[in-house]
Design a protein around this ligand. Structure first.
Ligand SMILES: [Zn+2]
Length: 195
């Protein structure tokens, strides 16, 4: 079994879970008392999700997974900094996870704020600042600026994670780690891959 197969299998598992969620046919796997006890022995999550803090986008629910399945980092605008990269490094370096999914979503408040050119008070400004390069690129493209910015931000974050030295970039170059972008439609509940 190759690592490529593991990552492909992990992605398939996520998308199958999302299909169940979309169809209101969720199984809520790995959430019983027996599994909770089993999980005390250790964790081996099959995917890392870098998602937005938005309360409408909880990965365990939208991918229909349970305890120990997903290693999740959520921050408004699904952006990365050193702490997020360190968390990813822990999952891929110590827990053996082969797939990282950066998950953007429709009607994202953080991206909307950045698109509107607002400069919020406090630490929210740091989040907006991190999203601005994607907004700048999105404004040069045709189509809806917000939708383009959401997708471009995901692509930029994927690239930033992929090139993160020394741990992640090395694994990506050796094809031992796969990092992909995805988009969650908050109306249909569907997750699609961003090429
Ligand atoms: Zn959001």
């Amino acid at each position: 079994m190759t690592t490529q197969t593991n990552a492909e299998r992990a992605l398939k598992k996520l998308l199958q879970g999302n299909k169940r969620f979309v169809a209101a046919n969720a199984r809520h796997p790995n959430q019983g008392i027996k599994h909770r006890k089993e999980a005390t022995k250790g964790q081996k999550p099959f995917a890392v999700i870098v998602g937005c803090s938005d309360s409408r986008v909880p990965p365990e629910i939208i991918f229909d997974q349970g305890l120990g399945d997903l290693f999740i980092i959520r921050v408004a605008g699904n952006i990365v900094d050193d702490c997020v990269l360190g968390s990813i490094e822990y999952a891929v370096g110590h827990l053996g996870t082969d797939l990282v999914v950066v998950l953007g979503h429709g009607k994202c408040g953080a991206i909307t704020t950045a698109v509107n050119g607002e400069t919020p008070h406090g630490h929210i400004g740091s989040i907006v600042k991190a999203i601005l390069p994607a907004v700048k690129k999105a404004k040069q493209e045709s189509g809806d600026v917000l939708e383009n910015a959401i997708r471009t931000n995901v692509r930029f974050v994927v690239d930033r994670i992929k090139s993160s030295k020394p741990i992640i970039a090395k694994k990506v170059n050796a094809k031992k780690l796969h990092i992909i972008g995805a988009y969650y439609d908050i109306e249909t509940g569907e997750v699609s891959i961003i090429e």
